[in-house]
Design a protein around this ligand. Structure first.
Ligand code: GLC
Length: 628
């Protein structure tokens, strides 16, 4: 029998054949009439081949494995953890030493918060990048980075990094050349000689940072141009109508993939395409470009998946996971912002009607080739993305409910358990976003300060209930650094000149390793109970096959406004998950659980039977049950 062998060229050809149409159908529609299209096509093909030739052998092996196991990121043992390298591990060399800690927590995916070379001074938490091919020198260099990704990979932990594709720092080499007048690079950005077009665009644009960066354009007298700057003044929006930007970004993407990145978090993707008379968010071209980026990556580095960051309404978010013609071909992951918002909303209101309505109405039971990134907190603020229509559907006034949530999580509402701070109040719309750590927003800060043991119990239960929710709802749950030991708000940011204007630093504390050690040593302490609780949740999740993302997620009606219920439907049996969002006792009839598929009346989280023997399942305050 002849030995089977296959060349690198053959593998490339097979993968190219698989994704060729997904790539060129989109690109020809967007750039087909551009005078440089033919040259662009050739250049892109060359770049793909070059990146494949340079791809290290161990990553090529990972590619093959992922081709065989394309559901790897949808499996229930996937759990993510996001951290700033300096705040968590000092620098990149410190990362390998933290992997035991992460593995104990069940982590299989780490998000290194922005780690490419940022501009000096305020860099919007690293999202103002001046060099995509260099590592932030405060964290180490590219060799340290590759060593860190290799160490993670060896432990079965996939590394995610941010790729900011909507803008560069104004100090990026492209921007500097554009500023110096080089026409090739001027076409990389969106520049205007007078304010006619900026003014016309502004009519329908929204403001992302109305407090500290009002407006979407900045005037530079030295070049006599307005520059499109959606976010901060130092972040210049890229001109994606120029095919050269696509080419540059594919090259950067594959450069990072070849250094061991397995998840590319494509930042602020909703903003990349501009159209007069619109909000310039989530235009159809965004999805065409994102499908093409995905196809390019599947050709060269199929081990890599894309997390698309679009913090928008449910209808607007779902297309980032592929809808219609992009089904199964766009993002593999997108943040489930609605689930996060609804969690905090239901907690404050002690009422789940809005949550049940939103989750049941807007989200399909399954997705193709994709799943959600579920989370309770991240490095950004919480914006109360509740539409007036959804609020009205359950008898609420949208504006009043959003105002209530802000007041509640600022801690100002009478009886609020939360401690937080406002972020970017917009007097025009009344919108006020919120900053704060998971633990502080959930009541731990106030409870500890008051020395109130019952309130501490309640706060811990809220934290654990929330994590049990994101661990069982479809997706990869992401833990934000420090939440596993209940880190509180860091008010010290007010004294740091680079951060004082941005309250998001309230919930970006430095990891408290003493607290982490105390948590591990004393499981009965406050931090110990949080840590032990989270470890248990993620271990039980990993052991529950029904939580694979391929299995449908069905929102259940309990008839009780204190409870949220979701069933995961697997052919091998359902799991019915129940959450009590109030500090009162409630119950559901055992017959309800059985009718909905929980035939065993056994809680997978506590690994104990449920039911009080009289046909009811009692639910203590903030109960979380996963019934098989
Ligand atoms: C994303 C990031 C956020 C940043 C913004 C601009 O939304 O999560 O932190 O400010 O992009 O880059």
């Amino acid at each position: 029998m002849a030995a089977f062998s296959i060349s690198d060229d053959d593998i490339f050809a097979l993968r190219y054949a698989r994704s060729r149409d997904d790539l060129w159908d989109m690109l020809s529609r967007i750039y087909g009439t551009h005078p440089d299209y033919a040259r662009f096509r050739k250049a892109l093909e060359r770049s793909l081949r070059k990146a494949w030739a340079e791809r290290p052998a161990d990553l090529k092996r990972l590619d093959l494995r992922r081709d065989l196991e394309p559901d790897w990121f949808q499996r229930p043992d996937m759990t993510g953890y996001a951290f700033y390298i300096d705040r968590f591990a000092g620098d990149l060399k410190g990362v390998p030493g933290k992997l035991d800690y992460l593995a104990d927590l069940g982590i299989t995916y780490v998000h290194f918060m922005p780690c490419l070379k940022p501009r000096p001074g305020d860099s919007d938490g690293g999202y103002s990048v001046m060099d995509y091919r260099r590592i932030n020198p405060a964290y180490g260099d590219m060799a340290d980075f590759e060593a860190a990704t290799a160490a993670c990979r060896a432990r079965g932990i996939s590394v995610c990094v941010d790729l900011v594709i909507n803008h560069t720092a104004k100090e990026h080499a492209w921007a500097k050349k554009a500023r110096a007048g080089d026409p090739r690079y001027r076409d990389y950005y969106l520049m205007f000689e007078d304010d006619r077009l900026p003014k016309a665009y502004e009519k329908t644009l929204v403001e992302v940072f109305p407090d500290n960066a009002p407006g979407n354009f900045t005037w530079y007298p030295d070049i006599g141009r307005w520059v499109w700057t959606t976010f901060n003044e130092h972040q210049w929006d890229l001109n994606w109508a120029n095919p050269q930007i696509f080419l540059e970004m594919v090259e950067v993407m594959l450069f990072l993939a070849n250094r061991g990145v397995e998840i590319l978090r494509l930042d602020a993707v909703a903003f990349i395409w501009k159209r007069m008379g619109t909000r310039c968010q989530s235009e159809p071209e965004c999805h065409m470009l994102l499908q093409a980026l995905r196809a390019a990556c599947r050709i060269v580095a199929p081990a890599v998946i894309h997390l698309e960051e679009a913090i928008v309404s449910p209808e607007e978010m779902l297309p980032y996971l592929g809808r219609g013609e992009h089904d199964g071909k766009e993002g593999n992951l997108a943040y489930h912002n609605s689930l996060m918002v609804q969690f905090w909303s239901a907690l404050a209101a002690r009422d789940t009607q809005l949550m049940t309505h939103v989750m049941a109405t807007h989200f399909p039971p399954t997705l193709t080739n994709a799943t959600y990134a579920t989370y309770l907190r991240c490095h950004d603020d919480i914006g109360w993305a509740v539409t007036d229509e959804d609020a009205a559907a359950v008898g609420l006034d949208g504006r009043m409910h959003r105002a209530f949530l802000s007041e509640f999580y600022e801690g100002a509402f009478p009886g609020s358990f939360a401690a937080g701070e406002p972020f970017q109040f917009n007097p025009e719309t009344g919108d006020k976003r919120i900053s704060g750590t998971c633990a502080s927003l959930a009541g731990l800060e106030k409870a500890v300060a008051a020395g109130d043991a019952t309130a501490v119990d309640r706060a811990i239960d809220r934290i654990l209930m929330g994590h049990a929710l994101i661990a069982s709802y479809c997706g990869i749950p992401l833990i934000y650094m420090g939440d596993e030991v209940g880190l509180l708000n860091d008010y010290g940011y007010h004294d740091e000149p680079r951060h004082a204007h941005d309250s998001r630093w309230l919930h970006r504390p430095v990891m408290d390793w003493d607290r982490a050690q105390a948590a591990a040593a004393a499981p009965g302490s406050i931090e110990g109970r949080v840590l032990a609780g989270l470890r248990r949740i993620f271990a039980r999740r990993a052991a529950t096959p029904a939580f694979h993302a391929r299995h449908p997620t069905e929102i259940l009606q309990t008839g009780n406004t204190a409870l949220f219920a979701v069933a995961r439907r697997a052919p091998t049996g359902s799991v019915v998950c129940l959450f009590n969002f109030t500090d009162f006792w409630h119950a559901v009839p055992a017959s309800w659980a059985v009718q909905n598929g929980a035939t065993g009346l056994h809680d997978l989280l506590s690994d104990a039977p449920v039911g009080d023997g009289t046909g009811a399942i009692p639910l203590p305050p903030y109960a979380r049950l996963w019934l098989r």
